[in-house]
Design a protein around this ligand. Structure first.
Ligand code: OOG
Ligand code: NI
Length: 407
């Protein structure tokens, strides 16, 4: 170790998330409009003084190989983000499994809550063996990042943190990793074959890197923000994913607007690709395993009631009746996490697999299969990333007890 002055990972994360937001605003001007809508609705909802709220957002990327995932994990580790949770999208017909890189301590989340939903392609789910081999060969030859990024990460790992003097270079390298490329690395015909296998396969395989595909600001009132999106002509999807509107918000509610059709150049011809979209979210109280089981059962019931022909409002009222809409009741029944010293509810900091599947599907276009695929496993994703995925329930339980000293 040298005597380099190290930068607080919270500050690095904050600087990076602001730089990424600025880059994405330039790449996708609609994202800037979305930020304005959310800022307006948050002001109207009384959130003007909430420091955390204004800077809060999550992003999403999709990578192709274990080596790529490991590079991403090293980069986010330097920013104080750890992989939390396991999300299997296979049952929704999406050939990836995912984790969320995020800060884990409440104090760190409050200072810079940036997180990234990160999906790894499961090439074994490409049914056509010849196409699968082609996809794997392309991914094996692709190299994410640069020698410079490698050197910066290696130095940060050796020093136990990023030397402050390296921050501008690291941020520039990270931005370039996540930037959009308007030229694909494959021919139009190969793109079409990969897209026919699954649109997500084409998105992961055909470009030089894992472009950020959305950045999601957090709203205090998603119904108002959705109405404002509609008024601005953004055409959000009709249904808000997650629990219905409640007096005491729980977990996570999300909605998105359709992915844009963007002009790209294939190696031999011009064409289009759809990957990038806009999303907003509202966060509520984290549920305990018992509360989460009730939530999952309510979602199943909702589907059954809808299939039986009930209106959405009626079906929601019936399905969610077992989850009390009242903070005191949630605390007394042990269904939600509260800080034992202050009595304050813990905010849900994670994602929801059924919601994520709904977001994926609505943005992949009509070709995306609805049929379930063979389930992924947490162990396989852990093998790929080379470390354990943290268990979000264990984090909330520790935080409720005032133990918040995770590294
Ligand atoms: C990620 C979709 C899931 C969320 O917030 O749950 C998602 C993707 O499309 O890569 O964004
Ligand atoms: Ni998202």
């Amino acid at each position: 170790m040298s005597d380099a002055v190290l930068l607080d990972p919270v500050l690095l994360r904050d600087r990076f998330s602001q730089a990424l937001s600025a880059m994405y605003r330039q790449e996708v001007p609609l994202y800037g409009d979305l930020l304005r809508i959310v800022a307006d609705t948050n002001r109207a909802a009384g959130g003007a003084d909430d420091q955390r709220l204004g800077s809060e957002r999550h992003g999403a990327i999709r990578v192709g190989t274990a080596a790529e995932l490991r590079l991403i994990a090293r980069l986010f580790a330097v920013m104080g983000m750890r992989p939390v949770g396991y999300y299997d999208l296979a049952s929704a017909g999406v050939p990836v499994h995912s984790t969320a890189f995020r800060p884990v301590r409440i104090a760190d989340l409050d200072r810079s809550p940036f997180r990234v939903f990160t999906s790894l392609l499961r090439p074994e789910l490409i049914a056509d063996a010849a196409l699968r081999e082609e996809a794997l060969a392309i991914l094996a030859a692709r190299r994410l990042g640069s020698d410079r990024l490698d050197a910066l990460l290696a130095r940060a790992e050796a020093e136990g943190g990023l030397p402050a003097e390296d921050a501008p270079a690291l941020i520039a390298e990270a931005l370039s990793l996540f930037r959009w490329h308007d030229s694909a690395t494959v021919s139009a015909a190969l793109y079409a074959r990969l897209r026919a296998a699954h649109p997500l396969v084409a998105d992961v395989v055909c470009f030089r890197g894992p472009h950020i595909n959305h950045l999601t600001p957090r709203t205090l009132d998603i119904d108002a923000a959705q109405a404002a999106m509609r008024a601005a002509g953004m055409n959000p999807k009709a249904v808000i994913e997650g629990p219905p509107r409640r007096k005491a918000p729980i977990l996570l509610r999300q909605t998105s607007f359709q992915a844009l059709s963007e002009t790209v150049r294939f190696s031999d011809a011009p064409g289009t690709h759809t990957a990038r979209f806009g999303e907003i979210e509202q966060r509520g109280t984290a549920l305990t395993p018992a509360g989460r089981a009730l939530y999952d059962a309510a979602l199943d019931r909702l589907q059954a009631e809808r299939a039986a022909g009930r209106s959405r409002d009626e079906a929601e009222a019936i399905s969610f009746a077992a989850l009390p809409d009242d903070p005191d009741a949630l605390r007394e029944t042990g269904l939600a996490f509260f800080d034992r010293r202050t009595g304050l509810p813990l905010l849900y900091e994670d994602f929801l697999p059924v919601s994520a599947a709904g977001i994926f599907r609505s943005n992949l276009g009509s070709e995306a299969g609805e049929n379930g695929l063979e389930a992924g496993t947490r162990a396989a994703l852990e093998d790929a990333i080379g470390t354990r995925l943290l268990d979000e329930m264990a984090l909330y339980a520790a935080q409720a007890d005032g133990r918040d000293d995770f590294s």
